[in-house]
Design a protein around this ligand. Sequence first.
Ligand code: TEU
Ligand code: CA
Length: 540
Amino acid sequence: MSNWWKERIVYQIYPRSFADTNGDGIGDIPGIIAHLDELKDLGVGIIWLSPVYRSPGADNGYDISDYRDIAPEFGTMADMDALIQEAGKRDIKLVMDLVINHTSDQHAWFQSSRDKNSPYRDYYIWRPGKNGGPPNNWTSFFAEDCWEYDKKSGEYYLHLFAKEQPDLNYDNPQVLDEIKGIMRFWLHKGIAGFRCDVINIIYKSSLEDGKKRLALTGSEYYISQPGTHKILQELRRDVLSQYDCFAVGETVFVTPQMGKDLCDKSRGELDMIFSFEHMETDQYIVKWFKRRFHAGRFVKTIAKWQQALEWNANYLENHDQPRSVSRFGDADKYWAHSAKMLCTMLMTLRGTPYVYQGQEIGMTNFDYTNMEQIQDVESHNVNKLAKKLHIPAFYRWRMIKKSSRDNARTPMQWHTGKNAGFTTGKPWLAINHNYTRINMAAQMNDPDSVRSFYKTMIALRAGNDVLKLGSFRLISATRRLFIYERELDGRIYRVILSFSKKACKAPCDGILLLSNYPRDTYDGTLSPYEAVVVDKGDRQ
Ligand code: TEU
Ligand code: CA
């Protein structure tokens, strides 16, 4: 089987915010089908679809109540089958989100497990309280306690995310059998793999008290445990290896060594992982305490992962992160140039590039002014917690505005018409007012647009083995410049990226392959946020 997932680029769709076809204000599967031609035109080879399974939506689909059904707001199973088929016709593969650390509390398994005598009791992690409180001192990802007391059973259940997301118990072999069945169900339908949600924390090796931490007390007992490796090997052996598919893991708090282990070919666990270290370079410990973006810290971290892993899942955005142009570029004066520079980096690093919906038109962070406009459960929990800690309202809003996941979840900006063309109804989450300036229609036919640049870069990578398969060599990573080379069979390309608002010097001989400014040759001086790729020819 070929490694087609190394050759293609992935486009992530967050269905709720993509395109609404029935006027209920929520994006849906028919909306995705309606835009497949645009994705094909962009050069997309794989779609990663954020969850569309049946779900009460406490965490926008990351709380699944039926893994074999589609949430009615997104459509029907017939719509889903049509999507797989229509994408297939265009040679676009579909990857589903596999959320198996937890289910929804509305899942039939969980509802049944609330009864102590149920055969499903052991599907989840139930424990009696200790000294009148929860079973241990762990804390959750979403700024809550991670144990919820259930009156009906007189015990607590573990939830590392929201209380509507109880964690599954992987000490019970039946749970893994269920997961295998679900995976086969979707692979049979013709999907091409999975993006595995928080996959490196699924196995909990102990439930004792953890070392007190500012965030995630208890995490030493669940981050990348041997039990998780065992599960992943079993899923590969019994399921993934039977299909032409790939698995990318979302892995939190991974070190390069953990990443290497998870992607080690001889162990056969995952094909690649999303790591987070580069996304954490503009924060202190937790993302709510943002520090000033420092390009040097950022690109040094990217280079470190490029060097450590044989193959990376490269990304600058997803549905949990603020928009990259607002965060790592300049959303004002150099909006287009910095968006194109970031695109150049994404498409020329070694690994599979992931583009998040809207990134290809340079969508920016939201322009909200208050908490009422926010939908995300995580933001609301953090607000509640900060309020309890007597943090003043203006400061809470400042924290949330910068880091809220809703920054990336505002609806797609398709054109200048009503609601940016996203819906004819009331959008579930407010649309950014800048849609009259930043939208797909305006960029589709403008050869100088951010989207056209993405299209060019994707095509360049697709037809170029040096960019696809060449080795990575770091030349320099400073607060202004990120310079590296890709080499294959002696052919060398040098990529020079400026993160500076001023002109910078970086001499290099060779033939200019491309720049995000209009120029025919490279004279060694970069304009603000300029990106150039220089073909240095064959090594002598
Ligand atoms: O995210 C896991 C995760 O750890 C974070 O990125 C998290 O969303 C949070 O922002 C930390 O501050 C995955 C999904 O991508 C996310 O949407 C889900 O909410 C979460 O798992 C639970 O399923
Ligand atoms: Ca809809």
